[in-house]
Design a protein around this ligand. Structure first.
Ligand code: SF4
Ligand code: FE
Length: 489
């Protein structure tokens, strides 16, 4: 099997013995849990669309490892065209789900590991590239969803891994055995881990020689012994538990999730290890993974932005404000900002280049510019959507009141906008805007735009490093006809 259907994907999740905790309890059946299920449906779309003839070119591709047709989410990019299609695929899925569809982290981790293991082996004579190719061939054959786990808790941000008062604040090797290693630590805000069959773990920062035990990259099944997850709380999440919840959830079918993931003495066999002590390659792995994921945001966030812009325009249609010039102008501004994000996602892909291993890497400077814009523009798009939506978005009575035989007729009468539009439809679009800007999807659209794929300062460090200021100074000197030999010594 190279391409799974959504049904096969769901069935394979059912077979896992995941340990997921929520509200202090072990979740017996994550697949059917009303809070988790919408996030599983979002990942499910990556399977569904791969079966869809209209999206065949975006969603599927020929593998360089097996020569078979695979889902693009398991692909090792072979050209700039592959990189561009990746971003287009992410925009399309953002449009279809209005949520985080989670599967990109594994794709980005795989591409970063493929090139980094190759270069590590070249320097150290290790066998990580072979290990990774074997592992990833299995992933392409099974079409599993793989989570990419990078972010450690980090404890005191002023201290490195070995200086922390608790040495587990960065995930580390605690035991070395002939057949593998035992690791302990945690990875925070793990996107989609409950919907993944496998997880790839990587270091979170560039490391120094004394950090050897922290220079570990590997993959384990998500139901490995000692691995468990504590589900992340989202704003308005318990609305999904209300009986008959529909209008009030804003987006009934789709969502995203993150979880605090604990590795409590997890055994990793040798053939699933992709870095083990080669500290100088941790920085390369982090930089490449972050670069790919910053590119990703130029696709997924744009797709969700498309839905939000559409929702804001409908809210104006439904209350009769759509002809006002300031409303039209706000929609233009939202579109301009959204397409600017897309432009840098496409640009960093078009400027990609082959790595020594042969897969394609994005342009790091442009990917970091892309993500830096993402830390800002969705906030402005959100502000404008809230401006157009009006205060009713956050003061409206509940669906239960709307459906109440006595109260409902008053809500229906007084929340009517344009006479031809039903009050229910007006409520639905306002709840969708609320969901994306303040509700469960705000994790994936708003706050994740700030911190996902690295907080703003992380991109500014990369922009400083990649910006080539020295060359720019030379350009200015030449035009200004500066002769520095005339300067005082
Ligand atoms: Fe993919 Fe975007 Fe979610 Fe990251 S935030 S996993 S890029 S959809
Ligand atoms: Fe993310």
């Amino acid at each position: 099997m190279s391409l799974m259907t959504k049904e096969q994907y769901v069935e394979s999740l059912r077979k896992l013995n995941l340990k997921v905790y929520m509200f202090g309890e072990l979740v017996e059946n994550p697949v059917d849990h009303p809070i988790i299920k919408p996030s599983m449906n979002s990942v499910g779309m990556t399977y569904e669309m791969a079966q869809h003839p209209e999206y065949e070119d975006l969603m599927t591709v020929t593998s360089n490892l097996t020569g078979k047709k695979v889902n693009r989410f398991t692909h090792l990019h072979q050209s700039t065209s592959d990189l561009i299609k990746k971003v287009k695929m992410q925009r399309m899925l953002g449009q279809k789900t209005a949520a985080c569809f989670q599967r990109c982290v594994g794709m980005d981790a795989a591409n970063a590991l493929y090139s980094t293991t190759f270069e590590t082996d070249k320097a150290h004579g290790t066998k990580y590239f072979e290990n990774f190719k074997k592992y990833w061939t299995m992933i392409q054959e099974t079409d599993f969803t793989v989570d990419g786990a990078m972010t450690d808790p980090k404890g005191d941000r002023g201290l490195g891994p070995v200086e922390q008062s608790d040495p587990d604040m960065f995930l580390r090797v605690v035991e070395r055995r002939p057949d593998g290693v035992v690791v302990r630590g945690a990875k925070v805000h793990q996107t989609g881990i409950v919907n993944s069959q496998e997880v790839i773990v990587m270091p979170t920062i560039a490391l120094r020689p004394e950090d050897k035990d922290y220079a570990i990259a590997f993959a384990v099944p998500t139901d490995a012994d000692g691995l468990f997850m504590i589900y992340g709380r989202q704003s308005c999440d318990t609305r999904k538990l209300e009986e008959g919840a529909d209008i009030d959830v804003g987006n009934k079918e789709f969502g995203g999730h993150e979880a605090l993931t604990i590795f409590d003495n997890v055994f990793v066999p040798n053939d699933r290890i992709f870095l083990n002590g080669e500290t100088e390659f941790a920085g390369m792995l982090v930089e490449r993974f972050a670069g790919y994921h910053r590119q990703s945001y130029g696709g997924c966030k744009v797709g969700v932005g498309d839905v939000l812009i559409g929702a804001a325009a409908l809210a104006a249609d439904y209350n009769g404000a759509h002809k006002a010039s300031h409303v039209k102008d706000k929609l233009i501004e939202m579109t301009h900002l959204n397409e600017t994000l897309y432009s840098s996602g496409i640009a960093c892909s078009a400027e990609g280049y082959p790595t020594e291993a042969g897969n394609y890497q994005i342009d790091l400077l442009l990917a970091n510019v892309c993500k830096q814009n993402v830390t800002r523009f969705p906030y402005e798009i959100t502000r404008l959507a809230e401006d157009i939506a009006g205060g009713l978005m956050v003061t409206m009575p509940s669906e239960k009141d709307f459906k109440d035989p006595v109260l409902g007729k008053y809500i229906n009468k007084y929340l009517q906008g344009v006479a031809t539009v039903s009050t229910e439809n007006r409520m639905r679009i306002l709840r969708l805007i609320e969901n994306i800007t303040l509700g469960t999807a705000a994790v994936g659209y708003r706050t994740e735009s700030m911190h996902g794929a690295g907080s703003p300062q992380a991109q500014r460090i990369m922009i400083a490093r990649q910006g080539n200021l020295a060359q720019k100074k030379e350009l200015a000197k030449k035009i200004a006809r500066i002769d520095e030999s005339q300067n005082k010594k």
